[in-house]
Each structure stands twice: as structure tokens, then as C-alpha cells.
Design a protein around this ligand. Sequence first.
Ligand SMILES: [Zn+2]
Ligand SMILES: [Zn+2]
Length: 152
Amino acid sequence: MTQSDTADTAGANTQPETIQGGCLCGQVSFQIENRFDKLLLCHCAQCRKTTGSAHASNLLGRAETLVFLEGADQVREFRHPERDFTKAFCSRCGGALPYVTGDGSTCIVPAGALNAEPEVAELDNIFSEEQPGWSEQVSAAPRHVGFGSVFD
Ligand SMILES: [Zn+2]
Ligand SMILES: [Zn+2]
């Protein structure tokens, strides 16, 4: 390694590290600073409906660092008329995507949309009072590689 290589590396380290993600079909991709204050596992009925799963997994990121790399015009948003709830998704595959909150301060990033491991400060379960019984048992269920023998 030459001296200039060392200097370049040191310079790169002063830039905030970013992380990339995107939807399932690849039409939409984005990048955001890889520094998240919280990962919120939300058990509200709206998150359950929109994910079809036990809970949403939403990271709280810095809104000013979100950049759509491809397909920004293909992002759709659904805002619930009665509850403070928004879902952003790809117009083609329905894959979950990030959006900026109404006051512009926070970017909500679906953790499953990321392509790498996020740096998360804190993990919380929210709206736990809306969690159904089947969902409470999910983390204790047996674990299999691939499908295991569940279709035998
Ligand atoms: Zn897509
Ligand atoms: Zn929710």
C-alpha cells in the first residue's frame, strides 16, 4: 500500500457509511446513511394487514440522507384515512420501500428492504396490545433450514 492509498482510505472513513436497498423486482432502489436510532417491530393491525406477517420491522433513519437511485417515480404510498399510518411500496411488485414522515424529520425504512446489515442502536416492540395469539408464538416456533420437512 502506498502513502496515497492510505490517505484515500482515511478520507473515505470520514464520510458517513451508507447502506442500499430496494424492492423485490429491482425497479426501485435507494440508499441511506447506515445509522438508525431504532428498529421498531410494530404489531398494529395496519402493519399486520399490509405486510401479511406478524409485524412490520421499521428502522428510523435520517430523512435528509435518503436518496432513490432508481425508480423514484414508481414508488406508491397509501396513507390510512383515520390512523397515523403510511405504507410505501413498488408499483410493480408491491415490495416495501422507505418514506419520509409528514413533518420531514424521519425516514421510515422497512428493514427487510435493505441489502445488507443495518447499524441499529435500539430494538423495540410497539403496539404490543394489538398482537394476536398466533403472532406471540412465532419466535418460539421450531427452526428449519429451507422448507425443512414441513411439506413431507
Ligand atoms: Zn418492485
Ligand atoms: Zn404498525
